[in-house]
Design a binder for this molecule. Sequence first.
Ligand code: C2O
Ligand code: CU
Length: 475
Amino acid sequence: MHFSRRKFLKAGAAVAGIHAVSPVVSWANSPDSLKLKAEVFKQRILASGPETEVWGFNGSVPGPLLRFRRGERVRIGVTNGLHEQGTTVHWHGLRVPNAMDGVPHVTQPPIAPGARFTYEYTVQDSGTFWYHPHQHSFEQVARGLYGPLIVEEERPIEVDREAIWGLSDFKVGSDNQQDNDFGHVRDMANMGRLGNVIALNGIATDADTAFSVRSGERIRLRLLNMASARIMRLRIHGHRPVVIAYDGQAVEPHEEPGGELALGPGMRIDLVLDCMGKPGQRFAVVDLAHKNRQLLTLAYSDESPLRQKPLGAPVSLPSNNLPEPDLGRAGRHQILFQGGMSGRPVIGLVDGKPVKIQELMEKHGLAWTMNFTARHESALTHVPFLRLAQGEHCLLSMINETGFEHPMHFHGHMFRVVAIEGIAPKYPQWRDTVLVGPRETVDIAFVADNPGEWMFHCHILEHAAGGMMGTIRVG
Ligand code: C2O
Ligand code: CU
């Protein structure tokens, strides 16, 4: 295992207790021999006390970094080494054929313990993606089954180096072991099951965690929120990060208002960070969504500046040339979200029968409805809430009547964010996951060009299990 908590040795940070951000395990992949194994093992997540039992891929959380080239054909053998549960792997954000999408019961039977399944597809888009199981995901992802997946551009932008910040969280007790309270209705109807330890690349992170930079350098930073429920809003103090991609797709390079980098579960942001601080300086990286909790420290080494002015090279990424939806001829559809704790009274249909919210929660373990219907994961097959012809242009309004924010994710396609509360985003953007705020309406549009039955769900994984998931059938 290449995961170790290395001491931070640069002179400028020779302070007791400071440790460096651990890199993700990278993989010298030869395309024919990619193997992932979901398994149970121990990992040193916290600096002191016992190691934590986790579920992960190939002995590390996050799992190995998969790095592909655009247009490459890949084969990935997945073995289920878990003891009791079936599993699958979903390639979040990749536009793969439906049969390779890794959704149990919808696109494939779950991979039974001890069994193996080979995923094979052509990588269509460059960008920052990730992978995770879609089976019992509120438990399997929370326990550590996820990893980053990067598809290189044909001509990458010029930077001094690249770094990945894979963010997640763990809910652990004083014995450093994960709490077993997965799928609790209390979390389902609220903000999901939040961890008490934030992890960066699989290791607990806080103000004492140093991400070492050199004055003058330009870093391409890939942020991934792989947590099962935690919405994060990062701010890098003293810096002006330039956003160059959302969910792996190029966006016109820009700074976010207030420097706030919003990352719901599942979402990614690619940044260009020009480190223009002085040698020896330190800056906090905080989460504005959680009382400005400090997640790590940007620590400048004492080395002399690499350059005095930011690198002049352009930072805009090439487009993946996704099919552009034409709003003029798009069919209009709506999805209404209701439910949740203290949500307005709601009646949901479960298996076609009307059920009151109380009963929905107590008897059915469901807490949310989409278009008045709450679905269990097991009831998903062949009951799409939307049917689209192949090639149809679709404008979908998501109307959130709940008091909660939901990162809504669609499989097999990327979509345009057309409007948030009727206002077009300043920078046209493609996404596969978008945050829909409490009582907010978000309109998205896409060309339904990938045939099959595709999941549409909230990426707060307890919300998905609690009814906020369904499928859209294309073709
Ligand atoms: Cu990240 Cu339906 O998944
Ligand atoms: Cu949600």
